[in-house]
Design a protein. Structure first.
Length: 191
């Protein structure tokens, strides 16, 4: 039942965003927003989002934990959907010992990829998932060599609740956007 509510909320947020800004070409929802990514999530969200995304020629970028087959590990990912095709972007880094548990068989598995940009429609987007907002060095290769058009930040504030860390994280990614003169699209889940 919890999954159904999550998918319904996802649909509501996407539809609300597209109604509020009909010219919008992407709707970004926070890190881990739909919980675990599985066949049910894919089918439900496809059914709920196909028509509105296709009609608006827009994309939904939805945070999910994607299980790694044969293990207790998951990838912290943004699932990117245009109403027809799903794509996936995996976080390059995770909170050490909070999400990423080196030398154990559970937690979040970072990809440690050098570059972090993906094509979303006509825009080249630099992705920054949660803790990555604090890591300028992680983003420098993409900022300098891949020349993104926009920064997309998706975060989940559960790990910094009731502290100033969320403010520091937000200010850091905003500063990166200002330094490189790039627009920033940011979604944060505080639950």
């Amino acid at each position: 039942m919890e999954e159904v509510v999550r998918y319904s909320k996802t649909e509501k947020h996407v539809l609300d965003a597209l109604r509020a800004k009909p010219e919008a070409k992407a709707v970004v929802l926070p890190e881990a927003y739909v919980g675990t990514w599985n066949l049910n999530a894919k089918r439900a969200l496809k059914s709920l989002l196909d028509k509105p995304l296709s009609e608006h020629e827009a994309f939904a970028l939805v945070g999910a934990a994607v299980p790694i087959e044969g293990s207790a590990l998951a990838s912290n990912s943004l699932m990117i959907y245009d109403g027809q095709v799903w794509a996936r972007y995996d976080a390059r880094f995770a909170v050490p010992f909070g999400m990423w548990h080196p030398w154990t068989g559970d937690g979040t598995e970072p990809t440690f990829a050098l570059f972090g940009t993906v094509q979303v429609g006509q825009q080249r987007a630099l992705m920054s998932l949660c803790f990555e907002d604090l890591l300028l060095g992680l983003h420098l290769p993409s900022l300098l060599l891949e020349r993104p058009d926009v920064i997309v930040s998706a975060a989940n504030g559960w790990w910094v609740r009731n502290s100033s860390a969320e403010v520091v994280q937000r200010e850091h990614i905003e500063a990166i956007a200002r330094i490189f003169d790039l627009p920033l699209v940011r979604a944060v889940n505080r639950h």
